[in-house]
Write a protein that binds this ligand. Structure first.
Ligand code: ATP
Length: 260
């Protein structure tokens, strides 16, 4: 695995407020996503993880502040260019039950295909590689509607990888996976970020795994967003304060949450 040699920012947010016309979800946000980093966004249900991801990917307008990607304000980047910079895997992605796995993954190539959507050899290779990386080549001819939720989650991830963007955002990519496959996918994301210099940002409830595997953690809590390394977060008392203390407690010594 190639080791990181530099930290170069690819996405920066300054004085950002996020939310909806009737609700501020979080404000005064400053963030920096570096090249080749794996970044987890954590926080309790309803804290604002999805809202943050939607805003950082240009799918939701920020209430105020600026977001820049490769030093360019996101508002000045065309939709076409944005699709070459960012790929997104959302939890409830609409998809056709009748689409073959390889067809769904090939949709990731849309930014590069001509108006007829014809795949070049480069597109076909990118699809093949993504299927191989996720170890789902054997499912390439299966209909998406016939897959388990976990298998489908891998297919969506393959589509994002086939899109070959420097930034990948995922909303809870391991939800339907068993423990082994959760670790498989997160380790794969880490390897991918290192090998290909991609920056991968994902919202997750798997705090224990995120602390072990990620370069940076973004914590969304009580209208505030804090970015720290796992070590810094463990040494702060932010994780101890994350959940009400009646049921669960963070133990800094074991770096784990434990049931009370
Ligand atoms: N379209 C919307 N309009 C108004 N408020 C919304 C909208 N979508 C979400 N919210 C509210 O914004 C807040 C943050 O929601 P968000 O979905 O970002 O949280 P989350 O951390 O992703 O939650 P979860 O872990 O449950 O998926 C919540 O109070 C939610 O009710």
């Amino acid at each position: 695995m190639k080791e990181k040699t530099k930290t170069k920012p690819i996405l920066q947010a300054q004085e950002l407020s996020i939310g909806y016309s009737d609700k501020i979800v979080a404000e005064d946000i400053s963030l920096k996503i570096n090249e080749a980093e794996l970044v987890a966004v954590i926080g309790i249900n309803g804290s604002g993880k999805s809202t943050l991801l939607k805003t950082l990917t240009g799918n939701l307008k920020c209430l105020s502040g600026t977001i820049s990607i490769q030093q360019k304000n996101i508002n000045e980047i065309s939709v076409q260019k944005l699709s070459e910079l960012i790929s997104i895997v959302l939890t409830e992605t609409q998809f056709s039950q009748n689409l073959l796995v390889e067809e769904l993954v090939a949709l990731g190539r849309q930014p590069y295909t001509n108006w007829l959507g014809q795949l070049s050899n480069k597109d076909i290779n990118a699809v093949k590689q993504a299927l191989q990386l996720l170890e789902i080549e054997d499912k390439s001819k299966r209909k998406c509607g016939s897959l388990s939720d976990g298998q489908l989650q891998k297919v969506f991830l393959a589509r994002a990888i086939a899109q070959e963007t420097p930034l990948i955002f995922l909303d809870e990519p391991t939800t339907h996976l068993d423990l082994y496959h959760k670790i498989f996918v997160l380790k794969l994301l880490k390897t991918l970020s290192r090998r290909t210099n991609k920056s991968i940002v994902f919202a997750t409830h798997e705090i224990n795994l995120a602390l072990q595997l990620c370069d940076q953690i973004i914590l969304v809590s009580n209208g505030k967003v804090t970015q720290k390394t796992p070590e810094e977060l463990i040494n702060s008392n932010l994780l101890q304060e994350l959940f009400p203390k009646d049921l669960v407690e963070f133990d800094a010594a074991t770096k784990n949450f434990k049931v009370l």
